[in-house]
Design a protein around this ligand. Structure first.
Ligand code: SF4
Length: 204
């Protein structure tokens, strides 16, 4: 399963590093600021995680998600009410939107503890962030700026996560897409997935 694979890949990368090379620890939440794209499979997992939260926590998560969605609606390159990014959106529109929400804390983030409130149901990006991402033997995304300080390109690759190994998540997305009548390539964000109408009944 892609989510378990993603977590295992992070653990494998961590084993390749010395303790002083990695800043990741409980309470460090720099990577939880700003939204990012998630797949349909990730959206479904996030919704399951939110549905399982105690009522008061879920209400807080939904309130924060709605606020982000409402306040960024004009820049959203897609259907904000349904929670779907337009698969045909331009890169410029994509960049412009994620710039608008770059300073927004993820609605799942508990502050000030820095704890993820849906840790077991977090998306693949959250499970693999911290180390470089590689595909076909090349780094396609650098590590977190707090990790591997001064590492050469070779060292980054040596400690990278092969992101191609989580492509199997798309199989799940295809099944879900058929159920929901959506394009399997469609993407969302954590905030839009929990309040968007395309993903099922309201969570609260
Ligand atoms: S889902 Fe959890 S780990 Fe991922 S960005 Fe949000 S708070 Fe951070």
């Amino acid at each position: 399963m892609a989510f378990g694979t993603a977590s295992r890949l992070w653990d494998e990368a961590a084993r390749e590093t010395a303790t002083r090379e990695v800043a990741c620890r409980a309470g460090c939440f720099g990577c939880c600021i700003g939204l990012f794209e998630i797949s349909l499979a990730e959206a479904a997992l996030v919704r399951d995680g939110v549905a399982a939260l105690p009522e008061d926590v879920r209400a807080d998560v939904l309130s924060r998600a709605r606020r982000i969605v409402t306040e960024s609606v004009r820049a959203f390159p897609g259907d904000a009410e349904r929670g779907l990014l337009d698969p045909e959106r331009t890169e410029a529109a994509d960049d412009a939107y994620f710039e608008v929400v770059a300073d927004r804390a993820c609605p799942m983030l508990e502050l000030p503890s820095g704890r993820c409130r849906i840790y077991a149901a977090r998306p693949i990006t959250c499970r693999t962030y911290g180390f470089a991402w590689a595909k076909d033997g090349a780094v396609i995304h650098p590590p977190c700026g707090l990790n591997l300080p001064g590492a050469t390109a070779g060292r980054q690759l040596q400690t990278s996560i092969d992101i191609g190994r989580v492509d199997e998540a798309m199989d799940i997305a295809e099944e879900l897409a058929a159920e929901l009548g959506l394009d399997p390539e469609v993407e969302s964000t954590i905030a839009h997935a929990v309040v968007g109408s395309a993903f099922g009944p309201r969570l609260g």
